[in-house]
Ligand binder design. Sequence first.
Ligand SMILES: Cc1ncc(COP(=O)(O)O)c(C=O)c1O
Length: 404
Amino acid sequence: MSQWQELEHKYFMHTFERTPVTLVRGQGARVWDEDGREYLDFVGGWGVDSLGHCHPVVAEAVAEQVQTLIQTSNQFYTIPQIQLAQLLVENSCLDKVFFCNSGAEANEGAVKLARRYGKRYLNGAYEVITTNGSFHGRTLAMVAATGQAKFQEPYLPLPPGFVNVENNNVEAIKAATTGQTCAVMLEPMQGEGGVNLPDDNYLTGVRRWCDQKGILFILDEIQTGMGRTGTLFAYEQYGIEPDIMTLAKGLANGIPIGAILAKDRASVFVPGEHGSTFGGNPLACAAGYATLKFIIDHNIAGNAEKVGQYLASGLENLKQKFQFITDVRGRGLLLAVEFGGDIAPSVVTACLDRGLLVNQLKPNALRFMPPLIIGNEEVDEGLGILDKALATAKKIIEDAKRGK
Ligand SMILES: Cc1ncc(COP(=O)(O)O)c(C=O)c1O
């Protein structure tokens, strides 16, 4: 353990099971540790580094803004915030924006907006239906929204107002809808919960049900948005439009930001009903504007789709080779492989030893969220390392079977 890692153990709350590497520098899809070792980064800051580490366009925008104006409070108009809001609205199906600082905070705001809508138009309805296996963030209310017992149990009792139902099941949403329901909140593809794609017609079915009942459809695109799944927003692939959408992660390429977007009819906050000190500050918004503009102007979502298909087919080839890979799934550059057993930790370590960073999604699954600017050569390099790491894992499994 390095000196920095010892200090972390001494001073930091133990909430993260960290990979034993201290990263000090990044460029594009590569990072370097404190000993100068280079790694190909397929974790990408947990799906945040859309344009890669220290992209010059973002670095320049941040450097310029940091010397111009960092924070003013929302008592005043500031230009980067308005420019980013305009770019988001002009490139999505939503009409209005509110900026905050993280994904959980964006979802909290979205739920507040839905409750506000419920108070105004639905006789005070306040309940939000979410699905099992979802992930909506770490605040108490978002833990209640997140349909995974492991995140909920340590904090019971949780704030009321959330009903978790089976994923991919419109009938379950219908059955849970009551006079108290104001919204359904879903990830178009569940990220943290397993990179789970929606069944055909699921999202259109939910959209139709929300329209029928006059309740709001909130899409959490915090992980799937900003080109990650091959289109700027994942909803574009499913022929639906949400009433409210949340963004964070890749929006400003690593500078903390979150956003709530809403259709005009759902944009029901009035002054004083919601706010944020840092949310929408010029620094984060300048980074967001530079990131989003680059993503749009250079069709980075198209690259994510193309390179994502290349990576997915490489993973399928590995599945043919290694029988213990039971599934390859995902869209664009949000991909996962699942194993027949809990070997993900040894595969992560074997990749690390060979210079590739990957994310353990579950004990039996890995997730790949590289920067969206990568090309086929980097994918080939990553797949080559993964191939060798899987061969090591295979040997570990065989040795374990033989009782070595
Ligand atoms: C779909 C989704 N929603 C919300 C969040 C929470 O975002 P944050 O960690 O920025 O609060 C995440 C984070 O992984 C996420 O994947």
